[in-house]
Write a protein that binds this ligand. Structure first.
Ligand SMILES: Nc1nc2c(ncn2[C@@H]2O[C@H](COP(=O)(O)OP(=O)(O)OP(=O)(O)O)[C@@H](O)[C@H]2O)c(=O)[nH]1
Ligand SMILES: [Mg+2]
Length: 217
């Protein structure tokens, strides 16, 4: 018997990532995968973005956490639809979980779906969810050595949001070093300095997001 080895065998995750790409294309939906350490401010960035862009961008959110629906409650309180996935121990979301959640969201009323991945800088970047872009959040209290120590995550993203810049005066964090390290790993990454609690710098992030909307319109 002759077995052809020319056909690429896709893993289950890759198959669902392909399905997600088709789903997003059919529904003309943008989709960004948010990756960071726990507590860097992903949900705070999302709730502020939902509030500030409520007249400009229709946002839905898929929340990934090991346990609890706290984050999806915060998203709904900010005025957007949210679907919570509890991974029960897994350190990342899978494309199959995202496929299920996309099918629960009222996507006909949306321009973009954010996927807030489980907080850590290692596993999530290894799993293609079929998303259209990746955003890594790095916050000032985590320290300025993180891009160098977790290069895989920073090498595969479109944007890095350096969050909690309101704390710069209180902590030792060298923004120039971080920017240089990110650009060495990923010359195309856009870097925005923001504070999700004070709102400082969020305008540049919004301009970038709204620029994507114009391209998909
Ligand atoms: N000072 C300051 N605190 C912030 C900022 N953004 C978020 N925080 C605080 O940081 C803490 C964690 O914020 P979250 O938005 O829950 O972080 P997260 O990344 O969603 O956390 P996980 O989902 O658990 O990974 C909260 O106490 C926020 O109020 C900021 O820009 N400045
Ligand atoms: Mg969160």
């Amino acid at each position: 018997m002759k077995v052809s080895l020319n056909t690429k065998i896709l893993s289950k995750n890759e198959q669902f990532a392909e399905q997600n790409r088709r789903f997003l294309a059919e529904h003309k939906l943008d989709c960004l995968n948010l990756i960071s350490s726990p507590g860097s401010g992903k949900t705070t960035i999302l709730t502020r973005t939902i509030t500030d862009l409520k007249d400009k961008l229709r946002i839905g959110v898929i929340e990934g956490d090991i346990k609890t629906d706290y984050d999806s409650q915060r998203i709904r309180a900010a005025g957007a639809s949210a679907i919570q996935i509890e991974t029960e121990g897994a350190c990342h979301l899978s494309a199959q979980q995202v496929y299920w959640a996309l099918n629960q969201l009222p996507v006909g009323d949306m321009d973009i779906v954010f996927v807030e991945n489980v907080g850590n800088l290692v596993c999530p970047s290894a799993f293609d969810l079929g998303e259209r872009g990746r955003v890594v959040v790095l916050s000032i209290p985590e320290g300025d050595d993180k891009p160098a120590k977790y290069p895989g995550t920073f090498a595969q993203c479109d944007v890095v949001l350096i969050n909690k810049i309101d704390l710069l005066a209180h902590l030792s964090f060298n923004i120039d070093r971080v920017s240089a390290d990110i650009h060495t790993l990923n010359p195309k990454a856009c870097i925005f300095q923001v504070s999700a609690t004070t709102g400082k710098g969020m305008g540049d992030w919004y301009d970038w997001l709204l620029g994507r909307k114009k391209k998909t319109d």
